[in-house]
Write a protein that binds this ligand. Structure first.
Ligand SMILES: C[S@@+](CC[C@H](N)C(=O)[O-])C[C@H]1O[C@@H](n2cnc3c(N)ncnc32)[C@H](O)[C@@H]1O
Length: 327
């Protein structure tokens, strides 16, 4: 891909639209070139977020129900490409690509057909899909669009939803979780089925998000160096908010398994982590003298996600690999 001035302007224009959280946006997929440009840049970064969520699901031993997958608001189809390539998609037997842009649906279908030549792939909104994927769509939806989408979701068995970790988007995803958890079980990121701890007044300043380590290629391929320079982005800075729901029964996790939210905050002799479990989300302190190796890893930016730990009076007193992490 060439980072010509024209292409940089196209990418900057797209990014400005994505970041604008004012709701409904016009169809911005003006040409196949714009879609291709997006697919090689923003969509790849979105794909790294999907990799994070999918690794989590594999660790949890979770997989898609049998049946059709619908990628709703598919864009260039990165969500379905990632999901269908992963181990969790063994029982997916067809794919439906839906977007308000016919150009985007055609582009995605062409890419997906190349990658999965034997899988039946169709364009349109299959209302009987057992799995619905949604990726980076939420801040483009009006309240009405969202209500209709949620109504459609009532018929599905599983929902996989990945969004950027913008505070406003994450808060909206939490509201969706609360609405849908009457009928669905929460598979991830929450290690519990209770009300979201982020809704407690004392957590108003926090939002549920998870830090993604980009793959090595982000730092070795010249394409990414050029992209970072042109878009003025720090490639290390990547995080997501996500939600995975399932109507089927799921095995509860041990009470010791907790979700660490966002980055650890580091001080001279301790780290502060926002830890979520059934009892809520709260700051916990990890003392360097208690866990020197963990503290060292946190300093390197290696914040765990699902983690087995015991906490007493806000102090982490036991820290173990999550059993399902070992799977
Ligand atoms: C930021 S793009 C994300 C595309 C893709 N899901 C991804 O993760 O790369 C948002 C997509 O949602 C689509 N979209 C926005 N509003 C929509 C609506 N009301 N119905 C269907 N698609 C919509 C847009 O056309 C666009 O393709």
């Amino acid at each position: 891909m060439e980072f010509s001035q024209r292409n940089i302007e196209r990418l900057a224009d797209l990014r400005a639209r994505f970041l604008d959280a004012s709701g409904e946006k016009d169809d911005y997929w003006s040409s196949e070139e714009t879609l291709a440009l997006y697919d090689e840049t923003f969509a790849e970064r979105i794909g790294w977020k999907w990799d994070f969520a999918l690794r989590d699901l594999e660790r949890l031993d979770w997989s898609l129900p049998e049946g059709a997958v619908l990628d709703w608001g598919c864009g260039t189809g990165v969500a379905s490409r990632k999901v269908l390539r992963s181990a969790i998609a063994r029982r997916a037997n067809s794919l439906w690509l839906y977007d308000r842009s016919a150009l985007a649906m055609r582009f995605a279908a062409k890419r997906l057909e190349q990658s999965f030549p034997t899988l039946p792939i169709a364009q349109g909104e299959n209302l009987n899909a057992t799995t619905i994927l949604v990726s980076h769509v939420l801040n483009e939806l009006s309240e009405r669009d969202l209500r209709q989408l949620l109504e459609r979701m009532e018929r599905a068995t599983a929902i996989l939803w990945v969004e950027p970790s913008l505070k406003s988007v994450s808060k909206r995803l939490v509201e969706i979780r609360e609405k849908l958890r009457e009928r669905f079980r929460v598979v991830a990121p929450c290690p519990h089925q209770a009300k979201c701890g982020m809704l407690a007044p004392e957590n108003e300043t926090h939002w549920c998000h998870h830090v993604v380590k980009p793959p090595q290629e982000a730092f070795t391929q010249s394409k990414w160096a050029k992209f970072a320079q042109a878009m003025r982005v720090d490639l290390r800075d990547l995080s997501l908010s996500y939600l995975v729901l399932d109507k089927r029964p799921i095995a509860p996790l041990e009470a010791q398994v907790k979700r660490v939210i966002g980055n650890a905050r580091l001080y001279k002799a301790h780290a502060s982590l926002l830890v979520c479990d059934e009892t809520g989300a709260r700051e916990c302190q990890l003392l360097k003298r208690d866990f020197p190796n963990v503290f060292k890893a946190l300093k390197k930016g290696e914040t765990p996600s699902l983690q087995k730990m015991n906490v007493e009076n806000g102090r982490i007193v036991e820290w173990r690999e999550s059993e399902r992490d070992d799977a």
